[in-house]
Design a protein around this ligand. Structure first.
Ligand SMILES: *Cc1c(COP(=O)(O)O)cnc(C)c1O
Length: 211
């Protein structure tokens, strides 16, 4: 049960990347331990869990929504969410913008890119995202601040496949810099590969909370 040591190891391997501690399925007690060693950026993939944890934990935590978000639930998290990393449709962009306006907050977002081969994963295709990010389409939304892109590689043991997908993300990221600063990719199983490919934000859960 050495969460602290696990984090140290991960951060040692990814020195220039920001670590988002993914707290999904974790008890408040476990999350508080991570909080106590100074971490403030936590990720959740379900709205209901996010709400419960936000209410019960200290209010200086930066919460990142990382899972598929239904438009009708945006209003629930809009008052406090630090960043929505899973923006995967134009409809969602419009809804987040409306909810931002109602709350008089500019909401940080990442555009989710579908790089994996699995059909279950959400996100814009590389082509759609390239179009959207290289043009001004997003600048009409005054209550959204797009900071970059997020992606998840295929769940596979084939490292070359994972490398290939992260490389596509990096190419897209480079093609729309310097406007967008965050390249969020890498989870417990592939954060070292993601980091080598240029990730500057990793989202890690199970490799931290393992016993
Ligand atoms: C669960 C999840 C993670 C973290 O996964 P682990 O394998 O536990 O590190 C990262 N990103 C997203 C979008 C997730 O849903």
């Amino acid at each position: 049960m050495n969460f602290e040591k696990n984090i140290e190891k991960i951060q040692g391997q990814t020195k220039k990347a920001q670590l988002i501690v993914v707290t999904k399925n974790q008890s408040l007690k476990n999350i508080k331990r991570i909080y106590q060693i100074g971490h403030r950026n936590f990720g959740e993939n379900k709205v209901q869990d996010l709400l419960t944890k936000q209410q019960q934990l200290p209010h200086d935590i930066n919460w990142h929504m990382i899972g598929h978000l239904q438009s009708n639930k945006v209003k629930l998290i809009a008052p406090f969410i630090h960043m929505i990393q899973s923006v995967d449709s134009l409809k969602l962009i419009k809804t987040i913008n409306n909810c931002g306006e109602k709350n008089q907050r500019i909401i940080n977002c990442l555009i989710q890119i579908k790089i994996a081969e699995e059909d279950t994963k959400h996100g814009f295709s590389i082509t759609e995202a390239t179009q959207m990010l290289r043009t001004d389409i997003l600048s009409q939304y005054n209550y959204i601040s797009v900071k970059g892109i997020m992606g998840m590689a295929s769940f596979t043991a084939n490292i070359n496949q994972i490398k290939k997908e992260f490389k596509l993300m990096k190419q897209l990221f480079d093609s729309c810099r310097p406007k967008y600063k965050i390249l969020s990719m890498g989870m417990s199983n592939d954060y070292t590969i993601a980091y080598e490919a240029g990730s500057n934000m990793i989202r890690v859960g199970s490799a931290i909370f393992k016993y």
